[in-house]
Ligand binder design. Structure first.
Ligand code: ADP
Ligand code: MG
Length: 470
């Protein structure tokens, strides 16, 4: 495929000069396919990886079709308020001086103020479903006028949480002529529903639904709950001064807990979740977008769509419950061809979840140790013993020692441990004497104690170099 330039398209002159002011020269792949089809009025189901310019892929055709008329022509829906704001800003930037009225309509803000804005006339609404429904029930929005319907993060918008709202809105859009659905992920069941909402859609898919992950190095770290904070503090301590990190957890309570703990340790952290006032949410996002704040702890409210240049690192402190969101969370970094790193903290109980995420998306997520602390810096949080995490289902911790079958028998090793450690014999589990090293099992209650002794005693004149195997 030859490389296309925006100037090849004969776009509206306001739009094309806005695009060159943004410094964009070539459309991305999804834009190359979606913009011409969208301008010609086709319905589109468009899938492309995170950070590949999907907003403009639907935004440009919508702007081309709409005109400054003070009558609602297009409705774009997003799953979060922050995303509605971002999308409306991006579309505003793309229209240049075309004069179209674009309005962001989302919850948590003054209804009267929004109503006044709508009364002045609006051509394009970018909103969240709840508030859009509310405003149309109050008579401030006439959905019957709009002809273009667009869902950003379409799979999220059509899942059980939003589907009733979407169905209600579609019911009111009697004049709907074009439907545009975009996301980085389209699970099969959502694709099935999509086809009901669209009419002969053009499918734009990266490689037969094979998910494409941008340039993001993904790693897993085996770490239990009590040491996740230690691993996190290492990653944060190693950050360069202009790096930004986004840390995902699964609940609002965890957001509060993690950010308070990090604050106590002297890290400057902001936090984002759905229970904050809208004002606060917007302030936090704008400080983070501007690079003023560097560390953000968030729930999945930040998983989708947010486009923040400086995010170099994403941490899944907890693995997401929703597997689609894995792709979206890590996709907050590595945008527009930039490089990013994603760390996944995996406790004993989360191992299976990580396997399932990796196999769902056909990903390799290698296990590695937490990064070593960089020269001149030191750990702010100490690693703690976590025998619970290291133990098997019988409560036994496996320790490898550097003694071999040519040096000792199983019985003699057992006797030696009993004698040196003075522990009851039931605290000792299986012993395997190997050719290169041996393994002993010690009950969690005694594991730390035995490990210390093993570190400091010699057996047959040899150091044992004990290592916990998890
Ligand atoms: P997606 O929705 O696919 O995750 P976005 O629409 O948020 O991606 O776009 C990611 C970033 O790339 C944004 O900052 C956007 O302004 C920028 N961008 C989009 N299209 C282009 C382009 N053709 N050339 C350069 N930058 C672009
Ligand atoms: Mg997007």
């Amino acid at each position: 495929m030859s490389i296309i330039e925006f100037s090849d398209w004969e776009l509206d002159e306001f739009i094309s000069s806005a695009i060159s002011r943004l410094g964009w020269k070539n459309p991305t792949e999804i834009q190359t396919e979606a913009v011409p089809a969208g301008i010609r009025g086709f319905d589109i189901i468009g899938q492309a990886r995170t950070g590949s310019g999907k907003t403009a892929a639907f935004g440009i055709p919508i702007l081309e079709t709409c005109s400054p008329s003070n009558g609602l022509q297009s409705l774009i829906l997003c799953p979060t308020r922050e995303l509605a704001i971002q999308v409306s800003e991006e579309i505003e930037n793309l229209q240049g001086s075309k004069g179209i009225d674009i309005c962001a309509i989302y919850g948590g803000t003054d209804i009267e103020k929004q109503a006044k804005q709508l009364q002045k006339g609006v051509d394009i609404i970018v909103g969240t479903p709840g508030r859009v429904i509310d405003m149309s029930k109050r008579g401030h929005i006439d959905l019957g006028m709009a002809s273009i319907f667009c869902l950003d993060e379409a799979d999220r918008m059509m899942d059980m949480g939003f589907l009733p709202d979407i169905t209600w809105i579609l019911g009111k859009m009697e004049n709907r002529k074009q439907t545009l659905l975009f996301s980085a992920t389209f699970p099969q069941e959502i694709l099935d529903i999509s086809e009901e909402f669209t009419n002969n859609p053009v499918f734009i898919m990266s490689n037969e639904l094979e998910i494409e992950i941008p340039e993001i190095d993904q790693y897993a770290i085996r770490v239990g709950r009590i040491n996740k904070m230690w691993a996190l503090s290492r990653i944060i301590t190693n950050m360069d001064s202009d790096d930004q990190i986004l840390i995902f957890v699964n609940t609002k309570r965890m957001v509060e807990m993690i950010s308070q703990r990090l604050n106590r340790e002297g890290f400057e952290v902001s936090s984002l979740h759905g229970d904050l006032t809208q004002n606060k949410r917007e302030k936090i996002i704008s400080n983070y977008k501007s690079g003023e704040s560097k560390i953000l702890v968030a729930t999945d409210v930040a998983a989708r769509g947010l486009d923040i240049d400086g995010v170099t690192t994403v941490v899944n402190y907890d693995l997401p419950d929703d597997f689609e969101n894995y792709v979206h969370r890590i996709g907050r970094t590595g945008r527009m061809g930039r490089h990013g790193v994603a760390w996944n903290f995996v406790s004993k109980n989360e191992k299976e979840k990580l396997n399932r995420i990796a196999s769902t998306w056909n990903l390799k997520i290698p296990y590695t140790n937490p990064p070593e602390i960089k020269d001149g810096k030191r750990d702010k949080i100490r690693k703690r013993d976590d025998w619970e995490e290291e133990s098997n289902s019988f409560g036994m911790v496996r320790i490898e020692i550097a003694i071999t079958s040519s040096e000792i028998s199983k019985y003699n090793l057992f006797e030696w441990i009993l004698r040196e450690c003075k522990i009851p014999d039931i605290a000792i589990g299986d012993i395997i004497i190997g050719k290169n090293s041996s393994f002993i099992e010690i009950h969690i209650k005694k594991a730390g104690f035995v490990l210390d002794i093993l570190k400091n005693r010699k057996l047959k004149g040899k150091k044992l170099k004990p290592m916990v195997i998890s």
